[in-house]
Design a protein around this ligand. Structure first.
Ligand code: SF4
Length: 161
């Protein structure tokens, strides 16, 4: 929200506008198609008809320019890390990150002995929600998206906290 962020006194009008802004953001979490390894299969499944992520207003886009959310699903190598950061930087604000699965959270099964794997995507971009599992089921990802929506609803855009 730029200069207006967190600047106005709480009153009925501003509080309602604030809620409306948050509601519109949480209801249109368009996520960028991005998967690097096996967790990506579960992500695809979450988007398919059985789980139907569209129900939550979360549809995929194939470009960072129209995406609010990046779901990092899979192992990120050091070689890949620059690209992930670049894609994140190209997304417009406000933008959100879900780390899906142990690899994105901490390096997963490659944490100990691999020289090439990033030990958590939060080393290069800020993560809003961590979804545990190797791989997490689509239900776990949906739970992560609901948690992100709850977090967005708590944000103060205009009203001073
Ligand atoms: S967390 Fe497990 S399932 Fe997901 S990408 Fe890593 S190894 Fe594959």
């Amino acid at each position: 929200m730029g200069v207006l962020e967190n600047s106005l006194p709480p009153n009925m009008l501003f509080t309602t506008v604030d809620k409306f802004l948050n509601w519109s953001k949480k209801s249109s979490l368009w996520y960028m198609l991005f998967a690097t390894a096996c967790c990506g299969i579960e992500l695809m499944q979450a988007g398919a008809s059985r789980y139907d992520l569209d129900r939550f207003g979360s549809v995929f886009r194939a470009t960072p320019r129209q995406s609010d959310l990046i779901i990092v699903a899979g192992t990120i190598t050091h070689k890949m890390a620059d690209r992930v950061k670049k894609l994140y930087d190209q997304m417009p604000s406000p933008k959100y990150v879900i780390a899906m699965g142990s690899c994105a959270n901490t390096g997963g099964p490659f944490f100990k002995d691999s020289y090439s794997v990033l030990k958590g995507v939060d080393q290069i971009i800020p993560v809003d929600v961590y979804v545990p599992g190797c791989p997490p089921r689509p239900e776990a990802l949906i739970d992560g998206i609901i948690k992100l929506q709850q977090k967005i609803m708590e944000k103060k855009n205009l009203v001073k906290s």
